[in-house]
Write a protein that binds this ligand. Structure first.
Ligand code: UT7
Length: 332
């Protein structure tokens, strides 16, 4: 059986840096509150007319393709994970396909929010293992700065989320000593409404009303405390699941790259698992929570920083809206 291997990684970030101090000019918050609760110091906001989620994904993909040493024409499947697509439909996958100038290959959009990268990785891995596709491009991107409200009523989410994109190239290999060892994905729809953007949805005759605008019903809703409570249970659980599945232990782990939701969640997970600082990579202080893009963005920076070396065992894990969660083990 074929094994799937990540052969190229890239990321793209909008230029505009928005510091915690700047946010205090729009809403009743403080840098101390944000840093203490989340570890975030700054985030990026997209530039209208220049950045779109598909374009940001394409820019990241072009770097990933170059690093993999292949061209867009070699790609036989596109997967795009985002909760903030350019259009309600069609998805960003076909837009990126057009921007890359690749005709006729399939493009799949993934809607698993913070777990979008892990879900996308599992789809790519399964297709490659089955022999159906050989060169898969997985892009993840978000523009979230324009769905949050920079105001007192929007502050609980506005201080957390940011914009950015990252992409990876995954290729088939016969070398079973390296690559994606396994992926593990889960969901529990019982908590669907605890982290959601309800409107505009298809379940009402009028998708958008002036009342919704006035009431702030077009803003996302998050039960932060409940999300936190579930995240700190699911992260360790799904990391253990991946290690156990492969007959490995935490001592074998060279690097954990958790979804960058909140530094306090990552620290809790690190302590719970007894991992050292060398075994965990975080970059949320610079970008906030970039949802689907957060893991590949961190992966890209970890590689650039020399934190992932040949033969290293890397675990990626996510938890978020749905609730959905998952993990993957990679032998680099
Ligand atoms: O990718 C997955 C997505 N999400 C997550 O992983 C989020 C998980 N949850 C969290 O990260 C945390 O719950 C938050 C960081 C979102 C919030 O921290 P918290 O300790 O749960 O705060 P809270 O919502 O209970 O609010 C505490 C206080 C409240 O004031 P009172 O009622 O105690 O007077 C809030 O109104 O902090 C207030 N508050 C703020 N104050 C300053 C809420 N947002 C802000 C803010 N600045 N931005």
């Amino acid at each position: 059986m074929k094994r799937a291997r990540i052969t190229g990684v890239g990321h793209y970030l909008p230029e505009q840096i928005v510091t915690n101090e700047e946010l205090t000019t729009y809403m009743d918050t403080s840098s101390e509150w944000i840093v203490e609760r989340t570890g975030i110091k700054e985030r990026r906001f997209f530039k209208e007319g220049d950045d779109t989620v598909s374009k940001m994904g394409t820019r990241a993909a072009e770097i990933a393709l170059k690093n993999a040493g292949i061209t867009a024409q070699d790609i036989d499947l596109i997967i795009f994970a985002t909760l903030s697509p350019d259009y309600n439909f069609p998805g960003c996958g076909v837009l990126m396909q057009r921007q890359l100038g690749i005709k006729n290959i399939p493009a799949i959009d993934i809607r698993q929010q913070c777990s979008g990268f892990i879900y996308g990785l599992s789809v790519a891995d399964a297709y490659i293992r089955s022999g159906m596709y050989k060169n898969v491009l997985l892009a993840c991107g978000e523009i979230q700065s324009n769905v949050m409200e920079l105001s007192d009523r929007g502050r609980n989410m506005a201080v957390i989320f940011g914009d950015g994109a990252a992409a990876i190239v995954i290729q088939a290999t016969d070398d079973t000593s390296k690559g994606i060892l396994s992926t593990h994905i889960h969901s529990d729809g019982e908590f669907a409404e605890e982290l959601m953007l309800q409107h505009p949805g298809s379940n009402r005759k009028e998708r958008i009303t002036t009342e919704m605008l006035t009431n702030g019903d077009l803003l996302p809703h998050m039960n932060g405390k409940l999300v936190f409570k579930h995240a700190i249970v699911r992260f360790p659980e799904v990391i253990h699941e991946a290690l156990n599945h492969n007959g490995l232990t935490l001592a074998d782990l060279d690097l954990l790259i958790p979804h960058q939701a909140n530094l306090r969640i990552a620290e809790y997970v690190q302590n719970d698992l007894g991992l050292t600082n060398d075994q965990v990579f975080n970059n949320i202080h610079k970008y906030g929570n970039t949802t689907a893009a957060s893991i590949p963005l961190a992966f890209s920076e970890a590689l650039q920083a020399g934190r992932i070396k040949d033969g290293d065992l890397v675990c990626v894990a996510a938890f978020g809206s749905g609730f959905t969660w998952g993990s993957a083990l990679i032998r680099w």
